[in-house]
Write a protein that binds this ligand. Sequence first.
Ligand code: IMP
Ligand code: MG
Length: 173
Amino acid sequence: MATEHTVLFSADVIAENVAELAARIDRDHSDDGVVVIVVMKGAAIFASDLVRAMATETELAYLTASSYVDGFTPGETLSLSGDLDLDVGDRDVLIVDDIIDTGRTLAELSTMVAAHGPRRVATVALVSKTSRRSPDAEPDYHGLEISDEFIYGYGLDWDERYRDLPFIALANP
Ligand code: IMP
Ligand code: MG
């Protein structure tokens, strides 16, 4: 059955943003390469496009972080699993998420990674949801901006659905 989606960011707009982010990240990273930590599952598709657009050599790691108790509501605890034994000592690390909302996911992950002695930790989110965030939790890089909408597609889910859409759509427009 075909579902009607309200497209907010088209595949072309997303691709332009990914290319710009990749170029900026390349400018800031040296020839030593970067350990890219992909925050599953939402960032899987964005990160796949991003690392292929970057010239910087990357080593990929995958962590699952979830804080949503249902499809919409942020929960109290962030649960983590995946490549937790990753060696980031003296390396540049880039943590990649699909969207930053309150900033808690990226802040907690950055703190966790920083405890393992990397040379540098940076964060990138394709989309920044600006309305609920404290100013000290800004990502180092972000592409697109929204206010308080719930969006899905291009990796982002609406209750585990629609991650496979090539565009980003607005729920309940
Ligand atoms: P934060 O910890 O509040 O910054 O939340 C970030 C996480 O919440 C992201 O990794 C997403 O998984 C999820 N999230 C926040 N807003 C949305 C949305 O509009 N659609 C889908 N997932 C979202
Ligand atoms: Mg997420």
